[in-house]
Design a binder for this molecule. Structure first.
Ligand code: ASP
Ligand code: MG
Length: 443
């Protein structure tokens, strides 16, 4: 069993959906996980915003416009009048459901129901298309097996048990289609795995089904060694370990949702990142092996806030760090980077929601300084202790960039540097020239 996930652009038009059908048409048993068609979830978010504001007229205009887009997709996707009619009726039910929310109170509960429509639409339309092509497949409702618990964490035991039950209903079937992103929560309500969560769905499904491989199909040929929007001549990395991939996904590589590495890692299932526009390209394989080579890739994450707490009392004091960390725990704010000296500790967060509360509480322990508009540059590779010189290359490349924090040795896979966001693009280019360019991988 393989799990194949196709992202929004891969199913973004009638033409792209047809290409996906070609890719999946073979004898292998598989579960195909689809995102909403590209742009749809953003539009549903906008519709929900209008509904929150009680701006019903504007909401209806947006709903009608989106409905019209889908009518056009139906027109292009199917050939028979019968299938077109069936599909038009289907999309009408979904849009009528969305319109029904203009008549009632709008809360988070209704918002989640609206956001779920994108994946419900894309999978239903795709299933109809396979039917019209005479390809046997079954549409599995993700809401029957995908579930999160009270802490919004996946309920793995439930997912495994219920996915199995669903699959057992269809002996002899080797092609299943299901929705990414959507799930039920602990209260049985329709919920989701947060934006970009279809990758996470695919990985959870892969783990639950004990798949032999999880494939994430997008419109780029794998995880690149640097940000292709900033740096020229980036190239796809052939092999990454689970840990390296998780660091890169978390620190900025947009191609993969960061949470999606863990379920695959726990079951040791390889994850392949592949390109629908170039299906024969090898892409990136993420597995227990790292594939050798010292420095693999560089990624950057913006929107970072650095907080420094300086205290005379820290000198030889035990319990100081715990008190500091407890403040962050109280506000459910994760810390990304930490550096310490004898009299101060600096750390970074990416969610400034409770920054003023946190700062106020930290002032009890010392003098607090806050720097906004920071970026973390994350250099990922296999930095085992014996391998010397990696640090030198990095610092030499960045000799003209002010470094606010450096974190080395936290794991063997990551060297993180904190810089002003204004210096980010220059830093990525300098690192590229200093680390990768001379390897001459001009792919
Ligand atoms: N459709 C959802 C989103 O746009 C989930 C996904 O595509 O992964 O965030
Ligand atoms: Mg995505």
């Amino acid at each position: 069993m393989k799990v194949l996930k196709f992202g929004g652009t891969s199913v973004g038009s009638a033409g792209r959906m047809k290409a996906v059908a070609d890719l999946i048409y073979n004898e292998e048993t598989k579960i195909v996980v689809l995102s909403a068609m590209s742009g749809t979830t953003n539009q549903l978010v906008q519709i929900a915003e209008k509904l929150y504001q009680n701006a019903n007229q504007e909401a209806n205009a947006l709903i009608d416009a989106l409905h019209d887009n889908y009518k056009r997709v139906v027109e292009e996707l199917y050939t028979s009048t019968e299938k077109k009619k069936q599909a038009l009726e289907l999309i009408a039910t979904h849009f009528d459901h969305i319109r029904s929310f203009t008549l009632d109170l709008f809360t988070v509960y209704e918002e989640r129901a609206v956001l779920a429509q994108g994946e419900l639409l894309s999978t239903a339309l795709f299933q109809f298309f396979l039917e019209e092509q005479g390809i046997t497949s079954v549409l599995l409702p993700a809401l029957n097996f995908m579930k999160i618990d009270e802490n919004e964490e996946p309920d793995n035991a439930y997912i495994e048990k219920n996915l199995k039950l669903e699959l057992e209903k269809y002996p002899g079937i080797n092609l299943f289609i299901t929705q990414g992103y959507i799930c039920r929560n602990a209260y049985g309500e329709v919920d989701n795995l947060k934006r970009g969560g279809s990758d996470y769905s695919a990985s959870l499904i892969g783990a639950a089904a004990n798949a032999s491989e999880i494939q994430i199909w997008t419109d780029i040929d794998g995880m690149h060694n640097n940000d292709p929007r900033v740096v020229k001549n980036t190239f796809p990395i052939a092999e990454l370990s689970f840990d390296e991939a998780a660091e890169l996904a978390y620190f900025g590589a947009k191609i993969l949702h960061p949470s999606s590495v863990l379920p695959a890692k726990q079951k040791n299932i390889p994850v392949r990142l592949l390109n629908t526009m170039q299906p024969e390209a090898p892409g990136t394989t993420i597995s227990a092996q790292s594939g050798g080579g010292s420095i693999k890739a560089v990624a950057a994450k913006d929107g970072i806030t650095a907080i420094k707490i300086k205290s005379g009392r820290m000198l030889l004091a035990y319990g100081f760090l715990r008190s500091v960390f407890e403040v962050f725990e109280r506000y459910k704010t994760p810390i990304d980077m930490i550096t310490t000296s004898e009299v101060a500790v600096s750390l970074t967060i990416d969610n400034p929601k409770f920054l003023s509360e946190i700062t106020r509480e930290l002032q009890e322990y010392g003098q607090v300084e806050v720097d906004k508009d920071q970026s973390i540059i994350c250099v990922v590779g296999d930095f085992i202790a014996e391998r010397s010189g990696s640090g030198l290359k990095i610092f030499e490349s960045l000799k003209d960039i002010p470094l606010r924090m450096i974190s080395y040795g936290g794991s063997k896979n990551n060297i993180s540097l904190l810089i002003n966001t204004a210096d980010k693009e220059r830093s990525l280019i300098l690192l590229n020239d200093g680390i990768f360019e001379r390897n001459n991988h001009n792919a």
